[in-house]
Design a protein. Sequence first.
Length: 310
Amino acid sequence: MTAKWVKITAAAVAGSAVSMIGASWLAYEQATHVTNRQKEKCKELAISENTPDDNVWYVKQPLVEWRLNSADGLLLRASFIPAKSDHRKVVILAHGINHAREQMIPYARWFHEHDYHVLMPDARAQGESGGHTIGFGWADRLDYQAWVNQVITTLGDDVEIVLMGISMGAATVMAATGEGLPDNVKAVVADSGFQLVYKMAKHIVRTQYHLPTFPLVQIADRISQLKTGTRWVEENIGEQLQKSDIPVLLIHGEQDEVVPVKDVDVLYRALQGPKQRYVDPTANHVQAYSNDSERYWQTVSDFLEEHVKA
């Protein structure tokens, strides 16, 4: 091989490496970055997916805006709906990716009708909360730890708290259990949650942005470490569950095409405290509720009656 050919080959390799890093940076930005206009569209999407009856119910509630400053300086916003009477039960809801608090309106309605105070945060970089980098449930876990503390400070140290999330929100509330939550948190309901942030990042890059995952996501994983301090591969929801004995109900659809149903088995094995799982044999991602709402809410109700005594 001539020296000229070696130089040409080296230049081509270097050019390919630069292109690959650039593409990986693009993949990272597209998987995590949200503009203000995209936030507005997330809210519009969340509202559009509800029934008109649920949306009308929501706007008729005596909504109170709560605010929270996150540990890394973001202003987070939430809707608080006080219970119809002075009950001591509170649910904190967590919506899915590329949505907003309004996605949780049907869930808020059920809990409110069962005498719960309801707190509905917008996740970081979603809805009206600050930030432009999606947390995939991992950064959000610390936000929810802070929401729990704010509920106790505001409503009293005798409240009993339930955390419930769907999809990314499910990952959020599960990951939060590993952060030493106070005894006020009596139960967690996680619908369609995933085990590994890394796997979800691959899914988003592949299905939403139609980019190849290898080696883009592997490089983007390192970019995540550079920008946020942690790698996606280190963000393990199952390991968080192993640190807690809070009762957890896992819900999933067997036909889920976003988060494989096998994730439920991994997460279930990781649980250290009282646990239950409900797998709807015909439901897709976050569809167990709409697929058979009566069975869905009966399962949730039975589980919570066992662990929430207020």
